[in-house]
Design a protein around this ligand. Sequence first.
Ligand SMILES: *Cc1c(COP(=O)(O)O)cnc(C)c1O
Length: 452
Amino acid sequence: MSEATRVLLDESRIPRAWYNIVPDLPAPPPPPLHPGTREPVGPEDLAPLFPMDLIAQEVSAERFVAIPDAVRDVYRLWRPTPLIRARRLERALGTPARIYYKYEGGSPAGSHKPNTAVPQAYYNAQQGIRRLTTETGAGQWGSSLAFACAQFGLECEIWMVRASYDQKPHRRSLMQVYGATVHASPSPVTKAGSAILAENPDSPGSLGIAISEAVEVAGGADDTRYALGSVLNHVLMHQTVIGEEALEQLAAFGETPDLIIGCTGGGSNFAGLTFPFIREKLAGRISPEIRAVEPAACPSFTRGRYAYDFGDTAGFTPLLKMHTLGHGFVPDPIHAGGLRYHGMSPLLSHMYELGMFQAVAKGQRECFEAGVRFARTEGIVPAPEPTHALAEAISEALRCKETGEEKVILTALCGHGHFDLNAYDRYLSGAMEDFELPQDRIEEALATLPGV
Ligand SMILES: *Cc1c(COP(=O)(O)O)cnc(C)c1O
């Protein structure tokens, strides 16, 4: 085992291909269905929303997809990202476990999301598209796509969940600095938004509503397409640059992982970190346990149902077979905005059903406690989302302290929390709440499943 604290790779080690896990699975995931006919969707159904290259990636049976040079060129701005051993955190915990984190917060937008925003903008620009629309919750995805659009000369129009729009004005500013137009969602500029506002003028919004708005606008204009920051197969595949680099870096540390932990909103950073390791596990070379951590306020894996549901609130998207809390579910206003989606990646949902990883749920106070502990030892203030993974890594490291086990724990520190200091203020002042999620609220939302 190496004495190093950080393993950095040369630019030439930026991966040359994304890894598609689908052909390596024992069975393929169930297909998305057309919301009207309930038949599997074809490329022509998706063409109004996505460029052809991304549709091809969504259904690809190739294990590796080459990363275009123009995309690798933008990746060079921050990739390869460092893999860091959390020696100071280990020491503070007094654990024999060794904790490694892959830090994605050094990207322009401060998270892993530009890993997919850049190729999405690139393929749209290649097809002659002029404008992209999207939704954003906490603003991480919106700022990533706004940055990527600026790289390829695309316009970018973003629907930002009202609650975040009001709470996080600086994420909005960042999107505008990159040149994007930002609407608070629900907005009066779409039919979906107007309908919600007519019912509830004070609606705090939700990701599902904002998706409906962005999809509506993209579907109605020939020169416009839609971009999604998580959930879909091609998004998860783009994020595998994280795991490919981490495989090489962990090997340079002289380590093999015993446990890999990631936070899950729609599943993209978790998939990006774990898929290359799962490939190695399926090949029999390593045997780590793999664990997803979700918020107790939005527990799609641990308390949702595995069923076909809409990706958005209005029911415009294809039906996706996934772990869902129901497309009408609006989670309590926890600070990890990126983890407040009612559904989960269909690919990860399928793998969870196959027993390929575990999932646990955590309340936000435990997570912020871990975030503060991490900041005071390792120096990086984590975004609220990865504090979920850190909280699990810390409780596992404390278990190792009891048993004396020298477990090698790997996690993705998928973003920094510099725009989330309000949330840290609330934690530090004692004002942060943990929300109970009663079963009848889940049942009520699940009652609206389309019943396929
Ligand atoms: C968006 C976001 C998430 C949640 O999305 P995933 O697709 O599950 O990764 C987690 N962490 C950060 C920092 C994010 O920006």
